[in-house]
Design a protein around this ligand. Structure first.
Ligand code: ASP
Length: 412
């Protein structure tokens, strides 16, 4: 029985749970709200992972650079591309959310509101101050993600500066990051149950209207990701790397397929490395540096979704957002994407950071969690393609690419 259950790939179990959940909600009606605690259990379990995941994966990601001087030529360009594309991505999500209003007109008064963060009226000075961790331990206990990211980056830089003496601690963080990924995989096994309960709750309490809004959100998530992949990355390859776009995509097909099915940038790293080195001719040093760092901090699909989902939450709960709030979302959305670890569901967890910054009710997370996995698969494909695009572009700009190696269309 157990063996049979685990033999079915997780994503298939999730899709089945989604359909069953919707059916249960329709048949059982508003009473299916009694199942919601199972969904909350799942979300709580995922939230539990936030602090240790970010801390371990970010510190080990920075330490993976190996040499602080490497941050210069290659690192500087890669970081610039990561940040510029990340910003474009969040604004794309915000633009689509504003233009298509996926959550507009949905009556959510039947949903019991949980903890709603107060609307944000902090000044930018206060925001800068809030990024300084007064006490790292307190920051972790309160799950304050921004100062935690700052602290993790500093620890990573400290490890690099300590050179050999920092190595033992770097190893501890590497191993901690791997362990946390395993713990995450365990928690992810709860996904089908969480998805089932949350979909039954949404369908039972809010009915068809809610499903239509969620379907719009999923569709926009896919469209946004496809725009990023085929417009932004294509432009980067064509104009910055000056390489044939078709060959680039042919070269990374494997990585795209693996990332879509695993919903994990980290799990895809070996395939992304192989694709960039073997199919695209990127040098070993540039590809391992950019791809491993990118899997931790370069998440454009996730960044786009942060913008889109925050507007969705604001629309379903009638929260008015000002231009200042949009700016805030663009900052916290990018930081949230940086802080998200390359594992399934981490984008969902990081939404709390963005929601909290502009006063969107955290209940939105439970509302969208039922369909998150399907969106996560596409976000991850976008994230991984972005890592490959940046690695290829930086390699082309710094003469670290072997153009002969770049596979020709006939070879595949
Ligand atoms: N699963 C994504 C990744 O691994 C992150 C996310 O949840 O958006 O890249």
């Amino acid at each position: 029985m157990f063996a049979f259950w685990f033999k079915i790939p997780l994503w298939q179990r999730v899709v089945a749970a989604l359909i069953l959940g919707i059916a249960t909600g329709f048949l059982w009606g508003p009473d299916s709200a009694s199942l919601k605690w199972i969904g909350d259990f799942f979300i709580k379990a995922v939230k539990m992972l936030v602090v240790p995941l970010i801390f371990f994966s970010l510190v080990s990601g920075v330490a993976a650079i190996g040499d602080i001087r490497k941050l210069g030529r290659v690192g500087g360009r890669a970081m610039l591309l990561f940040i510029v594309t990340g910003q474009i991505a969040v604004w794309l999500g915000l633009a689509m959310g504003t233009f298509f209003g996926p959550g507009k007109g949905l009556d959510t008064s039947a949903i019991e509101r949980g903890d709603t963060p107060p609307p944000n009226d902090t000044t930018w000075q206060e925001m800068v101050l809030s990024m300084v961790p007064e006490s790292p331990v307190q920051v972790m206990a309160d799950v304050q993600v921004l100062p935690l990211i700052v602290f993790a980056l500093l620890v990573g830089i400290g490890i690099l500066m300590a050179k050999e003496e920092g190595e033992p601690v770097a190893k501890i963080f590497d191993s901690g990051a791997v362990i946390m990924q395993k713990v995450t995989m365990i928690v992810m096994e709860l996904t089908p149950f969480g998805v089932f309960a949350l979909m039954a709750w949404v369908a039972g309490v809010l009915g068809l209207d809610a499903l239509q809004s969620l379907a719009k959100l999923v569709a926009l998530n896919y469209i946004g990701c496809l725009i990023i992949i085929f417009v932004i990355y294509s432009a980067m390859i064509k104009f910055l790397a000056k390489l044939p776009v078709r060959d680039f995509f042919r070269g990374i097909v494997d990585a795209m397929a693996v990332s879509y099915s695993t919903a994990s940038s980290n799990a895809t790293i070996p395939v992304t490395l192989r694709c960039t080195q073997r199919n695209l001719g990127v040098s070993r040093s540039v590809s391992s540096f950019v791809v491993s760092l990118g899997a931790t901090i370069n998440m454009n699909g996730t960044a786009m979704y942060m913008g889109l989902a925050t507007l969705f939450g604001a629309q379903i709960f009638n929260v008015d957002l000002s231009m200042g709030d949009y700016l805030m979302i663009s900052i916290t959305g990018t930081l949230g994407a940086i802080g998200a670890a390359g594992i399934p569901g981490s984008g969902l967890i990081m939404m709390a950071l963005v929601f909290g910054s502009v006063g969107v009710p955290l209940e939105t997370i439970a509302f969208v969690a039922g369909v998150d996995r399907i969106m996560d698969m596409m976000r991850t494909t976008t994230n991984v393609s972005g890592d490959a695009a940046v690695a290829t572009t930086v390699a082309a700009m710094t003469g670290e690419i072997d153009r002969e190696e770049m596979i020709s269309a006939d070879d595949i």
